[in-house]
Design a binder for this molecule. Sequence first.
Ligand SMILES: C[S@@+](CC[C@H](N)C(=O)[O-])C[C@H]1O[C@@H](n2cnc3c(N)ncnc32)[C@H](O)[C@@H]1O
Length: 273
Amino acid sequence: MIDKLDNTAKSGDIEGMKPQEFIRLSERSYFGGKGGSGTYQTIINQLPKHLTYVSGFLGLDAILRLKVPARFNIGVEINPDITAIWKAATFPQKDIAPPQLAILQQSFFTIDLPCFYQASTLLYLDPPYTLPERKSSNRYPFEITMQQHRQLLERVVQLPCMVAISCYDNDLYKEYLKDWRKISFEVITRGGTMATETLYMNYPAVAPNQLHDTRFLGSNYRKREVTKKRLNTIYGKIERLTDSEKAMLFEELKIIYPLQFTKGTTAITNGTR
Ligand SMILES: C[S@@+](CC[C@H](N)C(=O)[O-])C[C@H]1O[C@@H](n2cnc3c(N)ncnc32)[C@H](O)[C@@H]1O
C-alpha cells in the first residue's frame, strides 16, 4: 500500500490544479467546505495516524476526499441530498483498494459508535458555523442551534478518541475547549472575503512522522512546492537505479531510519494521545 501511495504522491498534486482525490464526488464545492487551497492542507497537517476516520458533519468533506484514507471511514450527515452524493462516489486511484466507506444518514446528535471509544479513531467535526460568526447569509438546509452547539461541546469533551473540530472561534467554543490545543489560519471564503478558521484538537501536536498523511507538509504553497520539487528530484534518481540498487537502498534506509519504517498502528498504540 505504501509503495502505491508513494507513486500517487510522485504523480504530482499541484496546487491550483485539481487536487488528487481518493474519493470523487459529482459535487465538490460546498459553502463552508474545507476544499479551498491552503485549508485542507493545514487541517490534514494536524491529523495524527488513525485507523478509523469519522466525519460527524460530513457535507462534502474535503478532508475525507483528499487525505490518505483510514482503514475504516465513516461519514455522518443528516441531509439525504448530501448522503446521496456520497453513495454515488467513485474511487479514482486505480492502483489501490477502494477505501472502506460507510455513509450514515443520521443526525450526529443521535449517533453513538463503538469507535468513538477507541484511541485510534479520529473524529473530525465541521458543524455549521455558529450564526453570529457567519460570514455570509447562506444557510444550510439543516442548521444547528446554539443549544445544539453547546450539547455537541459537552459531548466531545467526554470522548476518549482523538477529536478535531473546525469553527469560527467564539466564546462558547473558547469556554468548553479551553484546555484543547488550537490553531487559527486565514482562508478565503467562497464570497472572496478573508476569514479566520480555527481548528480545536484534544490531542498534542505530532511530529511529522506521526502524521496520517505527510504529503501536504509545509506551512504555505511556496514551501510545499519547494519540498515537492526536492522529493521529485530524489524519486527521479531512485527510478534510475537498477533493481538490486533499489533493494540495497531500501534495506539500508530501514537500518538507518528504523522508526520511520514502523507501521502506523504502532504509533497509535504507543499513544498519540
Ligand atoms: C460546514 S458543513 C460541512 C462541510 C464539509 N466539511 C466540507 O468540506 O464540505 C456542515 C454539514 O453538517 C450537516 N449537518 C447539519 N446538522 C447536522 C446534524 N445534526 N447531524 C449531521 N450532519 C448535520 C449539514 O447538512 C452540512 O452538510
